[in-house]
Design a protein around this ligand. Structure first.
Ligand SMILES: Cc1ncc(COP(=O)(O)O)c(C=O)c1O
Length: 404
């Protein structure tokens, strides 16, 4: 079975982690400081604050903007639950508005319509690695004096006209094991605002600026040097890993783009998608499509089968609005393997499996067969399919299940 996720971890990562273990400096130390500096430079911002997860980065960002009880934060219903939960942790109220049907990202027009006197921030999510319409969202925020906290947990390196996500507002990244780069678990807050960065640093370590003097209620959100050492190597690899994801996406586009039953990711000019997920829409036949793919040895998954306000844990919070575009997306989306460790043969296998499955579904539903099952419209292979330069992998091969 071709799995949806296969992290690339080589002996460079092993050596970096081993060096930290040998140094005896295991908790937050010099590797964390170096990782913060490099990640800030990568995103094009002045400051980065490393934390223990993407979820904690989101919570910390809200706290660093002094958002709390009585405040409303406008966000998307179509995301991993951490997006909404972080707002609840801060004691604020998530206000969910609908998404754009083609990008799956928050619809700026709906954001504008949902602003009240209690709104303090907009929290867009660059879902699957595609940037939200940040020019419009930033303009709304400036006009209405709102903070912008970007959930960039799936979008390391994604950009609009060369400007990277995480540099528009306060950025929040995840380095969970299945993300485009990983530290196992981990996260990062990015900002150009020195005051936000300062508050975030103090809150990250028990409200402590001077050792054992605590000026406010803080937390332990710290990252370890072991994680940072891993992150530094992964950050070096990130451009190559992202280029491969994009090449894979280009291949799928040329291979299955003509199939009328499918809606492939749409990317506006100037937007750089980093394809954390390659998510397509299969209206009316998503589950049959998944079955067909599984039968052909290709793993798929659904991100996400239920919107955040429809989750059981949100049931008693009074979210009764029906958000039709997000609800339809939960029934129609499916993600295909796109990760950089896919071989050319696997890529072709996935593309053929898509074409055959779509043809099978069309046939069984009695619709005229618009596509053939025996071949593809001459897919053009990505030009550079040489292996990603990575030193020999760990001794024990492992498979990781995509949980996020
Ligand atoms: C969109 C989104 N937001 C937030 C998170 C939370 O990140 P983490 O798992 O590192 O806490 C994730 C990742 O799982 C995510 O995909």
């Amino acid at each position: 079975m071709i799995s949806l996720v296969r992290p690339i971890i080589g002996s460079e990562e092993q050596a970096a982690v081993a060096a930290v273990l040998a140094s005896g400096q295991l908790a937050q130390g010099p590797r964390v400081a170096e990782f913060e500096e490099r990640f800030a430079a990568y995103c094009g911002v002045g400051h980065a604050v490393a934390v223990s997860s993407g979820t904690m980065a989101l919570w910390l960002a809200l706290l660093a903007h002094d958002i709390g009880p009585g405040d409303e934060v406008i966000t998307t219903p179509f995301s991993f639950i951490a997006t909404g939960n972080a707002i609840l942790y801060a004691g604020a109220t998530p206000v969910f508005v609908d998404i754009d049907p083609e990008t799956f990202n928050i619809d700026p027009a709906q954001v504008e319509a949902a602003i009240t006197s209690r709104t303090r921030a907009i929290l867009p999510v660059h879902l699957y690695g595609l940037p939200c319409d940040m020019p419009r969202l930033m303009a709304i925020a400036a006009r209405r004096h709102l903070a912008v906290i970007e959930d960039a947990c799936q979008a390391h390196g994604a950009s609009i006209d060369g400007r990277r996500v995480g540099s528009f507002g306060t950025g929040c990244f995840s380095f969970y094991a299945t993300k485009n780069m990983t530290t196992g678990e981990g996260g990062m807050l990015t900002t150009d605002d020195a005051a936000v960065a300062d508050r975030a640093r103090v809150l990250r370590a028990h409200g402590m600026r001077q050792r054992y003097y605590h000026e406010r209620l803080g937390y332990n959100f710290r990252m370890t040097d072991v994680q940072a050492a891993l992150g530094l190597v992964q950050l070096e690899r990130l451009p190559a890993l992202t280029a491969r994801r994009r090449a894979n996406a280009l291949f799928f586009g040329s291979a299955v783009g003509d199939l009328p039953e499918l809606f492939l990711p749409r990317v506006e000019p100037g937007y750089e998608h980093v394809y954390h997920q390659y998510t397509i829409r299969v209206p009316g036949a998503r589950d049959a499509f998944r079955e067909g793919m599984t039968a052909r040895g290709v793993g798929t998954d659904v991100y996400y089968p239920r919107t955040i306000p429809r989750q059981d844990v949100y049931r008693d919070l009074g979210y009764n609005d029906f958000l039709p575009v997000a609800e339809a997306a939960t029934q129609e989306v499916v993600s295909l393997p796109i990760h950089p460790a896919l071989s050319p043969t696997e890529l072709e296998q996935i593309a053929y499996a898509v074409a055959e499955t779509v043809a099978e579904i069309a046939e069984s539903s009695g619709r005229p067969l618009k596509v053939f099952s025996s071949g593809l419209s001459s897919p053009s292979r990505p030009k550079d399919m040489s292996p990603i330069p990575v030193a020999p992998a760990p001794a024990t091969p492992f498979e990781l299940r995509a949980e996020r």
